[in-house]
Design a protein around this ligand. Structure first.
Ligand code: PEP
Ligand code: MG
Length: 331
């Protein structure tokens, strides 16, 4: 059976009734993962975590180093979409040379896009590197589909400021005579409850959302994702989290924007009918999960998945949602 599933991996995942075709894409941390994403049938990259470039060193990577790292990934992915998340420092990832400090509550501290106030230069350099990489890759003919995504957004002001910096970076790269694509999609992660609750206000400012259920669960349920003593409480199936996911998708679709999900939930076979039924447009996961998730999607019809999703939203306990999902047979 698994041989069969693998043999179908590069085919699209269309629901059984033919009415819905979500994109199945990969979470990657560098070029090796990008290659494995292609092997496992990824239709693109839904989350490129750029932290790897900054790890295990004591200085900011040079522009040339950054450009090369992004180009390597863009080349492997050809014209498939590549969603690059700007640096998500802080939380459990410390980078002293960038100014992170010991904080009493690092997950509530100086993390992700919040660094933009003190260190806009880090983001600007990253934008310039990404734009230079896409300009040079496009010159060589592949027509890359680079998309930018901001982590840990909680305020509309952060999006406005980041966009300003992005415009400046574009001006700077164009001034060097480098050709930029007409359109580079600009989106945010929805991983702080504030962003989900105000999704209707964020939607007009962006091209897409990607729901980060790892952090969205942590922040909605007030459970430190690294603390094993309370990890039993940290379920993305908690109805409070499910309602935020539902709200986010609805708000985006009302504004004509697409929504992905790049937390671990997207690669969980149990969640497939639930996420299909909520009309999630893009599932992003570790490459090796792609064949099995595509296979399960093909076994469901959209109306059946919608009924499952609506039932899930009625429960009050994560355990009840999980128990119910375990009993569902694809149809
Ligand atoms: C998430 O929070 O769900 C996510 C995908 O980001 P990370 O796991 O890198 O924080
Ligand atoms: Mg996150």
């Amino acid at each position: 059976r698994y041989q069969f599933v693998l043999s179908q991996a590069t085919l699209p995942a269309v629901t059984k009734d033919g009415s819905f075709h979500p994109e199945i894409v990969a979470n990657i941390g560098g070029v090796e993962d990008a290659k494995s994403a292609i092997d496992f049938g990824a239709e693109g990259v839904g989350l490129f975590r750029t932290e790897f470039l900054y790890l295990q060193r004591n200085n900011v990577p040079t522009l040339a180093e950054q450009v090369r790292a992004y180009q390597d990934v863009l080349k492997v992915m050809g014209n498939r979409p590549v969603v690059v998340r700007t640096l998500d420092i802080g939380g459990d990832k410390e980078f002293p040379y960038l100014g992170t400090q010991k904080e009493p509550n690092p997950f509530l501290g100086w993390r992700g896009i919040r660094t933009i106030r003190e260190r806009p230069d880090i983001l600007e350099q990253q934008f310039i590197a990404l734009l230079t990489a896409v300009a040079q890759t496009s010159t060589s003919g592949t027509g890359s589909d680079l998309r930018i995504m901001l982590p840990m957004v909680s305020s509309l002001a952060e999006v406005a400021r980041a966009r300003e910096i992005f415009e400046e970076a574009q001006t700077c790269v164009r001034a060097q005579g480098l050709p930029l694509p007409d359109k580079i999609q600009f989106g945010i992660m929805v991983e702080v409850p504030a962003a989900a609750l105000l999704a209707d206000r964020f939607a007009p400012l962006v091209d897409f959302f990607s729901i980060g259920t790892n952090d969205l669960t942590q922040y909605t349920l007030a459970v430190d994702r690294t603390n094993e003593r309370v990890s039993v409480l940290a379920s993305p199936y908690h109805p409070a989290v499910l309602h935020l996911i539902d709200k986010t998708i609805r708000a985006a679709h009302t504004a004509g924007k697409w929504v992905g999900l790049c937390g671990e939930l997207a690669g969980d076979p149990l969640a497939v009918p639930l996420l299909l039924g909520l009309h999630l447009d893009e599932f992003s996961m570790a490459p090796s999960f792609i064949p099995i998730i595509k296979d399960i999607i093909r076994q469901w019809s959209l109306p059946a998945a919608e009924a499952v999703a609506q039932q899930c939203l009625q429960f009050s306990l994560a355990a009840d949602v999980i128990e119910y999902l375990k009993q569902q047979q694809p149809h």
